[in-house]
Design a binder for this molecule. Structure first.
Ligand SMILES: Cc1cc2nc3c(=O)[nH]c(=O)nc-3n(C[C@H](O)[C@H](O)[C@H](O)COP(=O)(O)O)c2cc1C
Length: 200
């Protein structure tokens, strides 16, 4: 790793026993071992309603602004995406929709793309199924590219997630840890090179 990069990790699930939250935590530990400065974000810490432009016209919720700031501050992200009906979750879409929406009358956030443009993003997913939520990544990828993120070519989908973690939430199989580490390394590598341009 050429320089210390601020890495943001979050999951598209708020479920208590979420496999993707577990994967986010395991990824954070792996990234810290790799020397990264990690922020582990829980979407449940943000009070963000279902997007509605009429609601937004009354004022963007304070937690949306807070989320925009956190996203903007981190040049590198890893998203752990659950799969619902072959796609990513409504929670993830709703979060991204709010975070990418311009805030009228707020000079800091009039540019809706500010929190996304230039970010290096690694995609992970976890599912009890055999494909590990891979199809959620195939839908998430074009959304992120549309938002002008740089996607890491390496990604990992953790199948049979119900038996993939130990009681402390660590990944049981070394091959799984290695796949996560490869994504982490690639995201940090690319972000350290693009960092001067991130956020512009
Ligand atoms: C509405 C719904 C649709 C689902 N569709 C899929 C699916 O298409 N593919 C899959 O692998 N799992 C699917 N699942 C199972 C989820 O992968 C499983 O609930 C998983 O635990 C969700 O992620 P989480 O543990 O991070 O909350 C679905 C679950 C729900 C509730």
């Amino acid at each position: 790793m050429a320089r210390m990069t601020q890495l943001l990790i979050f999951a598209g699930s708020t479920r208590q026993q979420s496999f993707n939250r577990k994967l986010a935590h395991a990824t954070a530990a792996i990234a810290r071992d790799a020397g990264a400065q990690v922020t582990l974000l829980e979407l449940s810490d943000f009070n963000i309603p279902l997007y509605n432009a009429d609601l937004e016209a009354q004022g963007t919720p304070a937690d949306v602004i807070r989320l925009k700031e956190v996203l903007w501050q981190h040049p590198a992200w890893i998203i752990c995406s659950p799969e619902y009906n072959g796609s990513y979750t409504a929670l993830l879409k709703n979060t991204i929709d709010w975070a990418s929406s311009p805030v009228k009358g707020n000079p800091d956030w009039q540019d809706g793309g500010k929190s996304f443009r230039g970010k290096v993003v690694g995609m992970l997913s976890a599912s009890p199924g055999a494909l590990g939520g891979l199809r959620s990544q195939s839908h998430l990828a074009p959304l992120l590219i549309n938002a002008e993120c740089w996607l890491a070519p390496k990604a990992f989908a953790l199948g049979s997630a119900g038996s993939a973690f130990d009681d402390n939430g660590a990944l049981l199989q070394q091959t799984h840890s290695d796949r996560v580490r490869a994504v982490v390394d690639q995201v940090l590598w690319a972000a350290s090179r693009l960092q001067p341009a991130a956020g512009q």
